[in-house]
Design a protein around this ligand. Sequence first.
Ligand code: NAD
Ligand code: DAU
Length: 345
Amino acid sequence: MSGDRQIILVTGGAGFIGSNYVSWLLDQNTVSEVRVFDKLTYSGNRENLRRFEGDRRYRFIQGDICDAAAVADAIEGCDAVVNFAAETHVDRSLLEPASFIETNVHGTWVLLEAVRQFPSTRMVQVSTDEVYGAVLDGRSVESDPLHPRNPYSASKAGAEMMAIAYHETHGVDVVITRGSNTYGPFQYPEKFIPLMITNVMEGQAIPVYGDGLQVRHWIHAEDHCSGIHTALLRGESGEVYNIGSDEEHTNLHVARTVVDLLGGSDDLITHVTDRPGHDRRYALSSDKLRSLGWSPKWEFDSGIAATVEWYRQNENWWRAIRDARFTEYYQANYGHRQTRQTDRE
Ligand code: NAD
Ligand code: DAU
């Protein structure tokens, strides 16, 4: 796909990474139109894109990627489709898996069928490092076998398989990215980092699953977005690209960092009953994407400090979504867990 003046359809563009991608694209000023197509589920929020309303390059369409007619209308004239639309929270996939299968597998298939009608349109399927399953040593490379271990990651692996099948059988121009744990502005506060920040700001305990020694690679949303765009512009059709930062930390380390940045007490860190099937470690090699000229810009220490500051400056944004619906989810996910305070290991 050539570089400039493209029309890009961003499905799931009102969510966390999708809205960061829309901002990143429009700030770069190299595209002629960004068309957001989003169902606005609990995690989709038009406030994330409010500053672009009135911008002639930006258009918002409310719709479901499972709705073939709506997708066909939205895709008309687009040079690329970048699919962020998904159910994304592992804990919710343990409580209510149906929507994960519906949106992540069926919805991706609907998009592929639509893209198939437009041979010059490229699709990026935004996937996750979770499809590799737990990686106790070393780093996952793109040719590794997939071992998803929870309903969310299984649904994302299913979507990937469908994308590859459409590439192989119908010649659909598709590239897959597998990103690692992402943090930054506009992340719905169910995920670990924004949950901790907003809990500490409310003086509430922060729930750490099990011993808290699980390891994740953390990448800033801006770096994840530039990685996705690199894959869109320079990736080879039918190929997969990991997007990771090389910075791995235990959850406990991340929890202590957040508490320190907010001037809270370590006593807020509370170990709670572990997530069933909790993957102990994810780790990615991103050499393949780096060979296309991409590299992350943020270090974790400065990225997390900037993120904490963003939540401090944008209390209205997160207080509005920590509403009754959020409280109901919080009770369902955490209400039954046993707790113990950190033993400062
Ligand atoms: P998010 O939950 O913040 O946003 C998901 C968006 O998709 C929301 O705006 C929601 O309204 C929309 N959506 C859901 N179902 C839809 C449907 N049927 N039709 C249209 N829109 C729908 O998620 P996120 O964290 O921004 O994740 C975006 C993508 O990146 C997902 O595909 C996810 O699997 C992937 N990913 C996320 C991370 C991470 O750490 N957050 C890491 C790697 C990959
Ligand atoms: O790795 C990429 C994935 O990262 C994405 O594909 C998913 O969409 C995204 O949700 C995220 O999945 P995780 O399960 O890794 O993220 P989460 O923020 O839920 O949890 C991060 C780590 O923190 C994980 O080891 C579980 C732990 N955790 C999480 C929550 C919500 C806790 O200890 N306590 C919590 O309350």
